[in-house]
Design a protein around this ligand. Structure first.
Ligand code: ATR
Length: 288
């Protein structure tokens, strides 16, 4: 029930129609009995600055930022959290005195999802597949959490090398290396944690994986997927077939939302039961 006291949160993106965030946040608000509503805002590129100013004027209680505005929103924020600045992308705005502070809960959500699923990062040999925005957030998390070696494999080798170089500057002394996808065969003998960060395998191209050779998957003990449509990608299937543990992108999606919701509502902790229910709700929502 929307009343005179109801706090308003929302998501800005373009397009925004397929966002799962309204479903997720309105569910959390209802579960916790909070007087809060969360709505989608379709904002074209040239209106991003106006949207942030407008949000401040309307005193919106929290905003998510989705594709394609995660970088574009940054110049309009008086404060940006250290991790978001390092990753170069913001997906959550939290009200501060003169506007909003930008956070990156995609990275925080990935870490929280991995922690919940008891996937260790510290001391692990890791592979990141991809070198775009999602890969950058994942690589940052792995480096910060003390991965032993990080190999970034990408179709475009130069992009992998550039990302690895950028991360080595931020995390001096860390072993981070950029390579081409097919160079997985020359990786040092080890058992790896792999994070799949390309768009390959995403609906409707469900029958594909960036690396298809079974020999690659024999070297993976855990395969973390960023894609959540479908809920089991070919990357996950190949990992499981080779005996590896898998985590799907839905966990990261949920925990980025949980982290944002908790930032907007200090003192609130969303419990494991609500998170499990939210997972079922989103899974049903994604099936349509
Ligand atoms: P996001 O922000 O979701 O990470 P992005 O920045 O566009 O999106 O990055 C997409 C990633 O998927 C890149 O690593 C891209 O590889 P290239 O840098 O070589 O383009 C990867 N990718 C997309 N289509 C691919 C394909 N068919 N095969 C292999 N990699 C692919």
């Amino acid at each position: 029930m929307i009343k005179g006291t109801t706090k308003v949160c929302g998501v800005i993106g373009y397009p925004v129609e397929h966002s799962m965030s309204p479903l997720l946040h309105n569910f959390f608000a209802e579960q916790l009995g909070l007087d809060l509503v969360y709505v989608p805002f379709s904002v074209p590129k040239e209106k991003v600055g106006l949207a942030v100013q407008g949000a401040e004027g309307l005193q919106l209680a929290g905003i998510n930022v989705t594709v394609p505005h995660k970088q574009a929103v940054m110049p309009y924020l008086p404060e940006i959290d250290e991790a978001a600045l390092a990753i170069g992308a913001v997906n959550t705005l939290v009200p501060v005195e003169h506007g909003y502070k930008g956070y990156n809960t995609d990275a925080a959500g990935l870490l929280r999802a991995m922690t919940e699923e008891k996937i260790e990062i510290q001391g692990q040999d890791c592979i990141i597949i991809g070198a775009g925005g999602a890969a950058k957030a994942a690589a940052y998390v792995l480096a910060r959490e003390g991965a032993k070696n990080i190999y970034i494999l990408n179709r475009n080798r130069e992009k992998a090398e550039a990302l690895a170089g950028e991360l080595r500057e931020q995390f001096q002394g860390q072993s981070i290396c950029g390579m081409a996808l097919e160079e997985y065969s020359v990786l040092p003998e080890a058992f790896y944690l792999a994070v799949q960060c390309t768009s390959v395998g995403m609906h409707p191209h469900v029958g594909q994986a960036a690396i298809e050779e079974p020999a690659f998957y024999e070297r993976i003990h855990t395969g973390v997927e960023i894609i959540y449509t479908p809920m089991e990608t070919k990357f996950m299937r190949l990992t499981a077939e080779a005996g590896g543990k898998t985590m799907n992108g839905l966990s990261m999606l949920i925990y980025q939302g949980v982290t944002a919701f908790e930032l907007w509502n200090p003192g609130v902790r969303i419990d494991a039961e609500s998170i499990a229910e939210a997972k079922l709700l989103l899974a049903a929502g994604l099936k349509g």
